[in-house]
Structures are given as structure tokens and as C-alpha cells.
Design a protein around this ligand. Sequence first.
Ligand code: NAG
Ligand code: NAG
Length: 358
Amino acid sequence: MHKIQSSKAQLIYSALLFGLSCLALFFMWIQRGFCLGMERDGEELTAQETALYDRQIRVWGADAQRRLSKAHVLVYGMKGTVAEFCKNVVLAGVGSLTLVDDRVATEEALSSNFLIPPVENVYGGKTLAELCCNSLKDFNPMVRVSVEKGDLSSFGVEFFSKFDVVVVSCCSLSAKKLANDKCRKLSKRVAFYAVDCRDSCGEVFVDLQDYKYSKKKQDETIECDLKYPSFEDALSVPWRSFHKRMSKLYFAMRVIEKFEEAEGRGAGEVSIADLSAVLKLKKDLCTGQSLNESHVPDTLLERLVTNATEFPPVCAVIGGILGQEVIKAISGKGDPLKNFFYFDAFDGKGIIEDISAN
Ligand SMILES: *[C@@H]1O[C@H](CO)[C@@H](O)[C@H](O)[C@H]1NC(C)=O
Ligand SMILES: *[C@@H]1O[C@H](CO)[C@@H](O)[C@H](O)[C@H]1NC(C)=O
């Protein structure tokens, strides 16, 4: 970054601060609630693992580390946010990580993806997944990182059964819904996450289906049972039923997603030239949903279509939150996010929205 104006520096600062405080909060949770009986299953980790993950084991326990080391994670769409997420789970020591993204490296894809070395003429027609795979292997040799080729919609239910966690990004609305449905068809639970960042804003969707976990509060063990809706069911909740202070980003993301789908564009293939059509679609959607248009500011939509590319500090925040959520879901430790998370670096606010039918 050559020229950093003070507003941008402030933005980066608040984003980083937010990321750090989230991390601190997460650790506090774990320290407070889950200290009891955590060393029991330690013998199942190898000596090498115990040595490498010593500090994490002290934070979340040997049992959690053992579950992590047996978990298989699939990521689809290797842009900046997903790259951050991959780094986090590889360092944390998941069992395996499978990357899918057949696009060849371009300048735009490189701008926010720190995993791809900024050296010209070395890509040699390699795909984004292949380039990221090489870098990720260096982060932690104990994690099996590999590449699969293919389009998200072409993978069958059988393919998803090989994973415990599926994270999708940079894909169409219908591809997200389809992948989520395929995960739900399996008899075992596959945790599903959809993540996207546009300009300095990010969205995370979580589907853990029927998620049971227990937490300790002082001397008491509390059993919790969360029921998550699918992506499709969550999106079908009528807008007028939301609370008054619903995140404006939820609506804005839906408008742009619908626009891309209607125009047959890929995720992020919008520009300022589309603004008037996007604003018209917003008007139509708001009318159809009986929602006052003031809930979806034109200025926000303008930001999101102008800068469809990701902003690195936002990738770090969202990739950090996503990493924590996946570690929680695998380890069964900590209250998981339900079911949408929003972050806007303009105001530095992170917001959780629970959007469930009924
Ligand atoms: C929509 O909201 C704005 C701002 O809160 C308000 O001024 C306007 O009257 C509302 N419009 C309708 C049709 O309710
Ligand atoms: C888009 O992002 C770039 C790089 O962060 C920034 O310089 C530019 O001002 C942004 N444009 C808008 C309209 O937000």
C-alpha cells in the first residue's frame, strides 16, 4: 500500500482491533467455560502433535485438538477471505484441507490473496487452488492440503460425504443453495458455511443443521440444542418479519446476489455501470417484500457494486471469525454463531443476525 490516507489507516486499525478483540473474547469464553476435564484424551495425539500444538492445547484442550486433527475441510473459491481462513485452520492443525478453484491466477485475484507470491511470470497457467495449495503446505507440514478440480454444482452428494466442513465463496446463489442441500442430504452432519466479502463489507452464513453441545457454567453443565435452517429456508423468511434494526448488509447482499443471478453473472461480476439496474431491482424487491426502501441505502449498494474486490483487512477479520467458528463446530467447544454474521469496516461493527423461519 503506497498511499494510505488517514481515513483508510483508521479503517485498517479499527478492523484489526475488532479482529483482536474477537480473538480475545473467544479465548475468554474457552478459558471460562471449558477448563474442566480437558486433558483426558491427550494420549491419542502423537508426541509430535502435542509438541507442535502445545499452546493451542492449553487454550482449547487436547480433546478439541484431537477432533481437529481428524477433521476434513473443503473450501471452494480461493479469494482473500478464504485464503485467510485456510491459513487459520492449517495452523490450528485440521486433518486435511481440500481446495477447489479452477480459475487461473489474475491480477485481481492476487490483490487480496496473500497466499500467492507477488512474483510475475511464475504462475505458468496454474490455477488459484494449485498456487494456494503450495503456500499452505509450508504453513504446517502435518496437515494434508490437496486440490480437487471441478465446478461446485457438478459435485454429487457422494463428494460432500468426504468432508466434515464445507466452506463456499465466490459462487452464485443457486450454487450455494445446491451445495448446502447436498450437505443436508447426508446422514452425518456436514457443517456448511458461505462467505463473501465486497468492498469493505463481509457476510458469513452458517448451517450446522441440528447442533447439540454442552457448556459448563461454574459447576453446572448446560445442554444446548440449536436448530439451523438451510440457506434457502433462511432466505425465504419474509423481510417484513425482521426486527427494525436488521443489518442493512443483509438486504444489500441479497439485492446484488439476485442481480447477478438474473443477469447470469458470476459472483462479484458487477460494476458501477450496473448501479441504476441494481437500484431498480432493490426498489422492486422492497415493494414485493413490503419493506421501506430506507432499510437498503443506495449509498451502500453503490459501495458494494463499485468495489466488488475484497479489502485485505476485512479478509483478515472475516477469515479469522470463520476460522474460529469452524474450530468451535469441530471441537464442540464454545457457542457457535447462528446464523448470519456481518462486518463493515466503515463503522468497524460486527453484527450477528439469527434468521430462521417460524
Ligand atoms: C420510510 O422510512 C423513512 C425514513 O425512516 C420515512 O421518512 C418514510 O416516511 C417511510 N416511508 C414509508 C412509505 O413508510
Ligand atoms: C474501492 O477500493 C479502492 C481500494 O481500496 C479505493 O481506493 C476506492 O476509493 C474504493 N472506491 C469506492 C467507490 O469505494
